[in-house]
Design a protein around this ligand. Structure first.
Ligand code: SAH
Ligand code: SF4
Ligand code: F3S
Length: 474
């Protein structure tokens, strides 16, 4: 049997980090005694669900270190920017905040600024921060997250500026403290990194090789979520379909899902992201036969043109994608679908773009996330010729949105008068007299209800349709 390529960071290392957290907690207690309140941290997250979940780990460690939390830079004693670099505008936002924090640090020299996440795995960004943002105290990459307590100790105890971007290769950390956002839905990482190297994408360079968590560790985490009363989980990985290839015995994603369904009590299971090239018929069968697995699938297509898909290194054709969707719909009629699309990839012709439009018409996704291509330093596509002019991109982007908005609206309209089961997440943010929750298909429903349905599953009759949500009464 193949030996596991991925290893788990040792318990001794976890204990070392725990000791750094204890020291920091004592420092926080001294701060409290002096100031009449604990030190406050503000964790600002950019990017995807993976980063959201990493921030829950950062907050978990900060909580163990005696920090309380606030939601503005002005109120904070320590600021963490957990960054994303998937597109240029994500990076620009972070540099904007770093500039503003410079002024804040001048006024309050005690303010500690931490920058971590995907952006800091790029050497040119670290060079920029080193030379232009001397207000930043600590920079660490995605591979060093579990060592945050030790790295912060370098700043707190020794007053150093710390940069730690080393890559660890094939390791995963278990048992990092977590402070989860909410008590109803939880993120559960099943794998880290990506080996796919789509030619436009920076993620494999900043998140490293594919590394899976052991099935037993994942099941143990979900059982704990059961005990804590969570109802819904989303399993996270850049490409969940290649789960387990690096582990002893190569347990695959379909068998992991089957185990989660039978060995835990969690009521609703979602996962993201699936890569179309290896969404297996077996996985589709497992989805179709387990009512706990939501009838919902996010399957990024990126383009409807086989020629462009090849240039993107996606390893499937338009026809492959359509055949997969056909099978999914046969096995799970009414399944809610979503996708990602890139507009303006180098060399995209009008014909390629029209292939994307016709694919959307054929697939009829509930939702499509549309992105304008952004060249990323170090990726192959950044050096491709055939840059699409801005005005052409803008025109295509608008046409794409018009098509998808119509389809989304048409699908939403079919819900009018139907009764759907909603997991209530709490009061509605836009209208405090209402509650909000999601359907199995991940549609947001704002609804009225006589009693307090928070955290419960409720049947809601749909009485109104908005572009991005449904309205109803319990
Ligand atoms: N692993 C996931 C998602 C990764 S990033 C997957 O494979 O689908 C999320 C989305 O960002 C991608 O699906 C893609 O549509 C988009 N994206 C990635 N790199 C991009 C770039 N350089 N420019 C524009 N969009 C990009
Ligand atoms: Fe990026 Fe492709 Fe990996 Fe997704 S599968 S993270 S798009 S390289
Ligand atoms: Fe996610 Fe952005 Fe990193 S999309 S993986 S936070 S580059």
């Amino acid at each position: 049997m193949q030996k596991s390529k991925t290893t788990v960071i040792s318990a001794a290392e976890n204990e070392r980090q725990a000791r750094f957290m204890d020291t920091a907690a004592a420092q926080s207690a001294a701060f409290s005694a002096e100031n009449g309140r604990p030190p406050r941290a503000f964790v600002r997250t950019f990017g995807c669900q993976m980063n959201e979940h990493d921030s829950e780990k950062i907050s978990g460690m900060l909580s163990c270190m005696g920090y309380s939390f606030c939601d503005s830079f002005e109120d904070a004693d320590l600021v963490v920017l957990n960054t994303c670099c998937v597109r240029e505008n994500a990076e620009e936002k972070v540099f904007g905040h770093l500039g503003a924090l410079k002024a804040l640090k001048r006024a309050r020299p005690g303010l500690i600024t931490v920058v971590c996440g995907c952006m800091t795995e790029q050497p040119h960004v670290v060079d920029d921060i080193k030379s232009k943002y001397r207000n930043v105290d600590l920079v660490f990459g995605t591979h060093n997250l579990h060592r945050f307590p030790e790295l912060l100790a370098g700043v707190l105890s020794e007053g150093k500026r710390v940069y730690e971007i080393s890559r660890t290769g094939n390791e995963v950390a278990e048992g990092v403290p977590l402070l989860r956002e909410g008590r109803i839905h939880a993120w559960v990482t099943i794998m880290y990194g990506c080996d796919n190297y789509c030619t436009y994408c920076i993620v494999p360079y900043v998140r490293g090789r594919e590394r899976s968590r052991r099935p037993d560790d994942i099941i143990a985490e979900i059982r704990q979520l059961d005990d804590e009363g969570f109802s819904e989980i989303t399993l996270l990985g850049q490409n969940v379909n290649s789960y387990g290839k690096d582990l002893e015995g190569s347990p695959d994603f379909a068998s992991l899902l089957t185990r989660i369904c039978s060995e835990t009590k969690i009521r609703r299971i979602r996962f993201m992201t699936s890569h179309p090239k290896d969404l297996s018929p077996r996985l589709i069968d497992v989805m179709a036969s387990n009512p706990k697995i939501c009838s919902q699938l996010h399957l990024p297509v990126q383009s409807g043109s086989t020629r462009l898909l090849k240039r993107m290194n996606r390893k499937y054709t338009r026809e492959d994608y359509l055949a997969t969707i056909k099978l999914v719909k046969e096995k799970m009629p009414g399944i809610a679908l979503s996708t990602d699309i890139i507009v303006g990839f180098p060399g995209e012709t009008e014909e390629d773009f029209e292939d994307t439009l016709t694919l959307l018409e054929e697939v009829r996704c509930d939702q499509a996330f549309t992105f304008i291509y952004s060249p990323r330093t170090g990726t192959p596509a950044a050096a491709y010729d055939g840059r699409v002019p801005d005005d052409v991109i803008k025109n295509r982007f608008e046409r794409l949105l018009a098509v998808q908005n119509r389809i989304s609206r048409e699908i939403n309209d079919t819900f009018l008068g139907r009764t759907v089961n909603v997991l209530c997440e709490g009061p509605s943010k836009t209208d405090p007299s209402k509650f909000t929750g999601r359907t199995e298909g991940n549609k947001i429903v704002n609804f009225t209800c006589a009693d307090n349905p928070c955290g419960k599953f409720v049947d809601v009759e749909i009485t109104g349709i908005q572009t991005w949500s449904l309205e109803g009464r319990a």
